[in-house]
Design a protein around this ligand. Structure first.
Ligand SMILES: [Zn+2]
Ligand SMILES: [Zn+2]
Length: 144
């Protein structure tokens, strides 16, 4: 028995049904649902069933894609590496600034400043994580 074929749900190309990521367009299957996996018919964004072949379009909880990280995990990561929790949540520049800033302050104060910068980074990562999880859009430079 050879590989079964399915259609890429992003570009509609025929691919192996074992492929997690389409070799043609590089999109993870069922993340985007522009095409029916069974017959390759184009789908509308909110379509839940393919009208051509009757296959139900798999729902994969795309709503919380950006907020996949638990707030306390983000806080914990920022406890281990100041600012890393923010970076993981997509606030790359802000996280880097916190990391560099806390290192500079740490060097100036012989490490005493970590008692201030680390709790702030943890609380900030936790609160930003909470907003993201609730689906509230968070700006790249938004604090708390
Ligand atoms: Zn594709
Ligand atoms: Zn179909």
């Amino acid at each position: 028995m050879g590989d079964k074929k399915m259609h890429c749900t992003s570009c509609g190309e025929k691919i192996s049904d074992k492929a997690e990521i389409c070799p043609k367009c590089g999109v993870r299957q069922f993340r985007e649902k522009s095409f029916c996996a069974t017959c390759g018919t184009g789908l509308k964004p909110n379509q839940e069933m393919c009208v051509q072949c009757g296959t139900s379009v798999k729902q994969t909880g795309t709503a919380s894609n950006s907020g996949g990280l638990e707030p306390w995990v983000a806080g914990l990561i920022s406890f281990l590496v100041t600012g890393l929790g923010q970076m993981i949540m997509g606030q790359g520049k802000k996280g880097a600034l916190i990391l560099v800033g806390s290192m500079i302050l740490g060097a100036i104060t012989f490490g005493a400043s970590i008692f201030v910068t680390t709790p702030i980074a943890i609380i900030d990562a936790f609160l930003i994580g909470k907003k993201k999880k609730a689906g509230i859009p968070v700006g790249e430079w938004e604090f708390f």
